[in-house]
Unconditional design. Structure first.
Length: 147
């Protein structure tokens, strides 16, 4: 345990704290001393006990107000976390939907490509058949004209 010598309201006090906490204790006492002196300046000398009580009440009031703010921030953070999870879920759903649409479009593209290839082959067959029939017709017409 470490000992810290402090001065409060013109009196010396020796306080103990855990090793390494001396600086922190001194900072806390500076804050309390400032609050005490501000009250003493604002309210006059009401007596040390009453000023200490009012200082303690003010410190506790600040503590509870800070605690309320922290709780409110925790609540807001929790709400944001829930909204983030909801948004994340919506994003994944949207991604899955779009991936399904892309898969369907690719399948339709493949089917259309195959239909075009089949149609092209059928068209080429028809052209070849028509050309053969025209050639046969021309040959027959030529043979009839020669006879």
């Amino acid at each position: 345990m470490a000992n810290v010598s402090i001065k409060f309201n013109g009196k010396e006090f020796l306080l103990s704290c855990d090793d390494g906490q001396e600086e922190h204790l001194e900072e806390l006492l500076i804050q309390i001393n400032q609050k005490f002196n501000n009250l003493k300046n604002n309210l006059g000398n009401l007596g040390e006990n009453k000023l200490l009580l009012i200082t303690a009440v003010k410190v506790m009031d600040e503590y509870y107000e800070t605690k309320k703010k922290v709780e409110q921030k925790k609540k807001e953070l929790n709400e944001l976390s829930n909204k983030f999870r909801e948004l994340k879920s919506l994003i994944y759903d949207y991604r899955d939907k779009k991936e399904g649409e892309i898969k369907e479009l690719n399948e339709n593209h493949y089917k259309l490509k195959n239909e075009i290839e089949i149609s092209q082959k059928n068209y080429e067959k028809l052209i070849d058949q028509a050309a053969d029939e025209i050639s046969s017709f021309v040959e027959k017409a030529n043979l009839e004209n020669l006879s």
